[in-house]
Design a protein around this ligand. Structure first.
Ligand SMILES: *Cc1c(COP(=O)(O)O)cnc(C)c1O
Length: 393
């Protein structure tokens, strides 16, 4: 297909649910992407948080190739080895737990919402936070604390109370005898890279223990090394009751998971919840390969170090450009909060071969692969600076 034919087909045949950048990509390797015209791009936002390993990591490719030639799919009424291995691995790196396999972040959160309702035996209210994002299904939309995503989809499922982020008072004020859980992103990704304070998170955990509430930590975006630890909650000295994962978990392939504390995990009995494709052999092999790569290639330490380097560079830019309000981040999850609209800056960056994202209107979001090099960071900073200069002219 030629470029024009691709655009034409999208226009005619695909529902227009995404704001699109007019680029057609054909190949990726590490932090590089190539479009159909052969132009090279540096990808500082690979896969909206999916690409923690960059594009086409060789370990993931080999694992998928190997598994695809043996067994592509086996449903969940049978057993298979890759699922057994992946579950064991995730439990090893988290806490005593049992996992449920699904295919996306929304599905993982939807599962968590169903789980806490079974757990609650009549208690059903979940406290969530302003500017949170938990997915696009009806229940996860109801949990999402941003009205713009909910408009026109009423009635949404009941039982969600949205309160101010980072405010323990707000949490305490929202608890009733119907409350069963608190659902929290430790760093709000879609909400603009807002970082939960340690006091707040530990306070929430304490409230959960006192009031017998479950703490659901949504690490769909922060998980798998993004913040310099395998899971972001490990920065906070707490353990979730339910952890939800997706995005980077499968090394680029679609997988979601909820990780539920062992002592309560058997609440969901046969027939109560399911997902046909959840945890198939190919995707489990990809996720295992991705976990191996994170360990073997020391990507957690790299994310921490590169994150500090990137933040340092961005803070230097901030000193020179009053258009930059604030630089926020943890590991390689970084936001550059502007006091101008971010969209034209993103467009200039893309023109110059750097792919980044803008969220919450003014926040440039940088989430490069964990194996990004210093040289690549320098190049990205240089393009961002040139783009800023042009927009400010
Ligand atoms: C992306 C995201 C989701 C939704 O994941 P999907 O796979 O798109 O359904 C949920 N929570 C957070 C924090 C996310 O970043």
């Amino acid at each position: 297909m030629k470029l024009e034919q691709v655009f034409e087909s999208y226009k005619e045949n695909i529902m227009p649910t995404y704001t699109k950048v007019p680029l057609v990509f054909v190949k990726g390797k590490g932090s590089k992407l190539w479009d159909i015209k052969g132009k090279e791009y540096l990808d500082f936002f690979p896969g909206w948080g999916v690409g923690n390993l960059g594009h086409c990591h060789p370990k993931v490719m080999n694992a998928v190739r190997d598994q695809i030639s043996k067994l592509i799919f086996i449903p969940n009424n049978y057993y298979h080895v890759p699922q057994a291995k992946l579950a064991k691995e995730i439990v090893y790196w988290t806490y005593p737990a049992k996992v449920f396999f699904c295919n996306s972040g929304a599905e993982a959160n939807e599962g968590a919402i169903k789980f806490v309702r079974k757990f609650g035996k009549g208690r059903y209210e979940i406290i969530t936070f302003e500017n949170s994002f938990h997915g696009r299904t009806l229940a996860t939309l109801a949990a999402t604390g941003q009205k713009k995503y909910q408009e026109g989809f009423a009635p949404l499922p009941e039982g969600f109370k949205t309160v101010k982020f980072n405010s323990l008072e707000a949490v305490k004020g929202a608890i009733t005898d119907k409350t069963v859980a608190i659902m929290l992103e430790l760093i709000q990704g879609e909400g603009g890279i807002n970082i939960a304070s340690k006091d707040f998170v530990q306070g929430v955990k304490k409230i959960c223990e006192e009031k017998k509430l479950l703490l659901i930590v949504d690490e769909v975006q922060t998980g798998m090394g993004r913040t310099g630890k395998l899971f972001c909650y490990q920065h906070y000295g707490i353990t979730p009751d339910i952890l939800t994962l997706a995005k980077a978990l499968g090394g680029g392939l679609p997988i979601g998971m909820m990780v539920v504390k062992k002592e309560i995990a058997d609440i969901l009995q046969p027939g109560m919840h399911a997902s046909t494709f959840g945890g198939g052999p190919v995707i489990c092999k990809a996720a295992l390969a991705s976990l191996t790569a994170i360990q073997k290639e020391k990507l957690l330490a790299k994310a921490q170090k590169s994150g500090e380097y990137l933040l340092g560079k961005l803070n230097k830019l901030k000193d020179r450009y009053p258009a930059i309000n604030e630089v926020r981040g943890m590991g390689l999850m970084v936001g550059l909060d502007l006091n101008i609209s971010g969209k034209p800056v993103v467009e200039k960056c893309i023109e110059k071969g750097l792919l980044i994202n803008c969220t919450h209107d003014t926040v440039l979001r940088l989430m490069p692969a964990l194996n990004i090099t210093k040289k690549e960071i320098d190049k990205a900073i240089e393009i961002i600076e040139r783009s800023l200069i042009e927009v400010l002219k």
